[in-house]
Design a protein around this ligand. Structure first.
Ligand code: AKB
Length: 314
C-alpha cells in the first residue's frame, strides 16, 4: 500500500483506521473520503475528498487524481438499519461495491472489502463455523455480504483485480460509535457503564456472537493487505475473531472494574432474530495460518482498555 483511498472513512472503522494509516503511511498518502454530511473535523488534517460510492465517476476521478493503488472500501449500511431500509442498503452496499470493483479493474488498484459474520445464516453450523460452509443469510445485509464476497472473487478470477477481505465479527471501539448494527450493544454497554453504571441490553442473555477490539480489526486490515498474495488460498473473505461472548460475559467483565454496575434486558425482537441467525463462534485458523492473523486483545484486556479510555473521554 502506497497511496490509499478510504471510503466511508468517517464511520466506526474508518475513523480509527484513517488515523492509524496516516501515521504509518504518511498524511499525504491517505485520502480520507465520505459523504459531505459525515465529515469529522478531527480527521481533516489529511487529504479529504467528498465521495459518494454510488457515483462511480466521482470515485474514479479521485482514484486517478491521487494515483491511488489501494482502496479500503468501508462505506456500507449495517444489519439492523438494513432491515428498515432494504432498498437503500442494496443501493449503497452493492452498487457501491460494484463501482469500487470497476474502478479497481480500470485503475489496477487493490481492494479491501469487509465481509461479516452476517454472511452466515440459520442453516450454517453455529459453533466453530468453518471457513467454507453453508452461507444462506436471512438479512438483506447478509445477502449483500455473500454477494459481495462472490463479486470480489469474480473480479479477481476474471480480471486479476487484487481483492481481499475478512469476515468481521462485532467490533468494539472507543473512538467512533457504530450505527445500525446488531452487535452495537457490545459498544454501548461500555459507554453506559462509565456514564451511568446502568445498561438496558437489547440482546438476550446467552446469545453468543464473535467480537473483536478495534485495534485488532485495524491490524488485521493492514496485515492482510500487506500479505504475500501467493500465500492466500482464499481472498473473500477470511473468518477472523478474537472472542465469542454473550451479554453476561461483558457484564461480568465490567463488574470487575465497576462493582455497582447494573444491567437489565429489554430485548429488541428484530436485533435478537438477526443475532440468533449468526454463528456463535468462527473457526479462524486459516487466517492465522495464511497471513498470521493474531489478535492481541481478549475480553479482559479489552474491557480494561475500553473503560480506561472512556473514563478519560466522557
Ligand atoms: C452488525 O452488527 O451489523 C455489524 C456486523 C457484525 O457486521 N457489526
Amino acid at each position: 500500500m502506497r497511496k490509499i483511498l478510504i471510503t466511508g472513512a468517517f464511520g466506526q472503522i474508518g475513523t480509527e483506521l484513517s488515523q492509524v494509516l496516516q501515521e504509518l503511511y504518511g498524511f499525504d498518502n491517505v485520502v480520507v473520503s465520505g459523504l459531505e454530511h459525515s465529515v469529522k473535523e478531527e480527521l481533516i488534517d489529511g487529504v479529504l475528498e467528498v465521495v459518494d460510492v454510488t457515483n462511480g465517476n466521482q470515485l474514479l476521478n479521485v482514484v486517478k487524481k491521487y494515483q491511488v493503488d489501494t482502496i479500503i472500501h468501508l462505506a456500507a449500511l449495517l444489519s439492523a438499519v438494513g432491515e428498515k431500509y432494504p432498498q437503500k442498503l442494496w443501493d449503497v452496499n452493492m452498487n457501491g461495491l460494484y463501482n469500487v470493483l470497476e474502478v479497481g479493474r480500470i485503475s489496477g488498484a487493490s481492494i479491501f472489502t469487509p465481509s461479516s459474520i452476517a454472511a452466515f445464516g440459520p442453516t450454517t453450523p453455529a459453533d466453530n463455523t468453518p471457513q467454507d460452509t453453508i452461507q444462506r443469510p436471512s438479512t438483506i445485509y447478509g445477502v449483500s455480504k455473500v454477494s459481495g464476497e462472490l463479486l470480489c472473487d469474480y473480479y479477481f478470477l476474471k480480471y486479476g483485480v487484487d481483492t481481499r477481505g475478512v469476515r468481521f465479527p462485532g467490533l468494539i471501539s472507543n473512538t467512533a460509535l457504530p450505527g445500525g448494527g446488531t452487535t452495537d450493544y457490545a459498544v454501548h454497554i461500555f459507554y453506559e457503564a462509565v456514564k451511568s453504571k446502568y445498561f438496558e441490553c437489547n440482546i438476550a442473555a446467552g446469545t453468543y456472537m464473535d467480537m473483536m477490539y478495534m485495534p485488532d480489526a485495524i491490524a488485521s486490515i493492514i496485515k492482510l493487505m500487506e500479505a504475500d498474495p501467493s500465500k492466500l488460498s482464499h481472498r473473500n473473505a477470511f473468518n477472523i475473531s478474537s472472542m465469542s461472548i454473550e451479554p453476561e460475559d461483558l457484564r461480568r467483565a465490567i463488574l470487575k472494574h465497576i462493582p455497582d454496575f447494573e444491567m437489565i434486558y429489554k430485548v429488541d425482537p428484530v436485533k435478537q432474530k438477526i443475532a440468533m441467525s449468526w454463528p456463535n463462534s468462527l473457526d479462524d485458523s486459516l487466517a492465522r495460518a495464511e497471513w498470521d492473523f493474531s489478535p492481541e486483545y481478549d475480553l479482559e484486556k479489552m474491557t480494561a482498555d475500553m473503560l480506561t479510555s472512556l473514563r478519560k473521554k466522557i
